[in-house]
Ligand binder design. Structure first.
Ligand code: SF4
Length: 337
């Protein structure tokens, strides 16, 4: 833990305590976080929900699972542009994030480089999109696009919004949860040219529901941006009905609609976050019994190669030979971790 315990983030505890709790400095997917997010860590404990999301654990060194569990690499007609479903495309605008989330399903794509959306890259994307009037929605993601320099973000957003199909723009960003001070009037100005804008963020546990995060969400909502939350169900972080319900009730008060609750994919280095599918169903049922409709996310399994986001419920699971699967929206059986 010596490298981790150069401790530029001011994490609590000693290197020996982090070691004893199962954390490691050896992961190839480097530790990166903001001072703000580090301040939410209470102790060097395997049960600390923020530490589990932000600090590498020894289990990450396991080679179980796949790198590209969603098969995105097979749907990348232009580098950095994913076109899996006909009506929408994803632009991977940067591989940089404020926090390297340990459960990230695109961790395999990133190695700490800062791939700002350069003109030639953007031009290639716009060329591809120009004649494709079927594309109704462009999701700008990454990495975290709200870490881009303001001018780059502003240019990208306004050029996408000006495409002939006038696509709706959606941004995927954890910034409100991990770096709320980043949501400044300058950042909001850089999003002005987007037209109707949706921002989907990711709050996963009650410790992330702070006054600073509430202020960031409030600024975004006041700027007319439609907010949604895409939570991930993570063992040891939020596989608990009360914790999820608390976050979702808080989000509704911040004008951020709980949108999806994802089962984590079979991504290499993240097996320790997996939740048994039957347990996930039980959590979903308990949430449905207590939350109002606006506070209840759709609980889904994101299936590979364009199989869609399949709603998870008891009747959707298939048990066979000691394994559990789910049929994707194309009728294919997908085995769950
Ligand atoms: S902010 Fe999003 S893209 Fe970046 S590491 Fe976290 S989950 Fe992955």
């Amino acid at each position: 833990m010596a490298a981790l315990f150069n401790n530029v983030y001011g994490l609590p505890g000693t290197a020996a305590e982090w070691d004893a709790a199962g954390y490691t400095a050896d992961s190839a997917y480097q530790l990166r976080m903001t001072d703000y997010y580090a301040s939410l860590i209470k102790e060097p404990s395997a049960q600390d929900p923020v530490a589990r999301q932000g600090v590498p654990r020894g289990e990450e060194l396991s080679t179980a699972g796949e790198q590209d569990a969603l098969g995105e690499g097979g749907h990348e007609p232009v580098p950095g542009l994913l076109h899996v479903y006909s009506e929408r495309v994803l632009l991977l605008a940067t591989d940089h994030c404020a926090v390297n989330c340990r459960h990230c399903n695109r961790r395999w794509r990133r190695c700490g480089r800062r791939l700002a959306a350069q003109d030639s890259t953007v031009a290639g994307w716009l060329d591809y999109l120009h004649g494709r009037t079927e594309v109704q929605e462009v999701l700008i993601t990454g990495g975290d696009p709200l870490t881009l320099p303001h001018a780059v973000l502003e240019d990208l957003v306004s050029r996408v919004a000006a495409l002939p199909s006038r696509p709706v723009i959606r941004i995927g960003s954890r910034i409100p949860a991990v770096w709320p001070e980043r949501v400044t009037s300058r950042l909001l100005r850089s999003l002005r040219g987007a037209g109707p804008l949706y921002l989907h963020t990711q709050f996963n546990c009650p410790a992330e529901c702070t006054p600073e995060a509430a202020q960031a969400l409030g600024r975004l909502a006041d700027a007319g941006i439609n907010l949604g939350n895409q939570m991930v169900l993570l063992a040891g972080v939020n596989d608990d009905v009360a914790a999820i319900a608390q976050v979702n009730r808080w989000l509704v008060r911040q004008r951020c609609r709980p949108y999806y609750l994802f089962l984590p994919e079979r991504v290499q280095g993240t097996a320790h976050f997996q939740v048994d599918p039957w347990r996930a169903v039980a959590i979903a049922e308990a949430l449905r019994l207590q939350l109002s409709g606006i506070a209840m996310p759709t609980v889904v399994v994101d299936t590979p190669n364009g199989g869609g986001k399949v709603p998870l419920h008891r009747g959707a699971l298939v048990a066979r030979d000691g394994r559990v699967g789910i049929r994707d929206l194309l009728g294919r059986l997908v085995w769950l971790p």
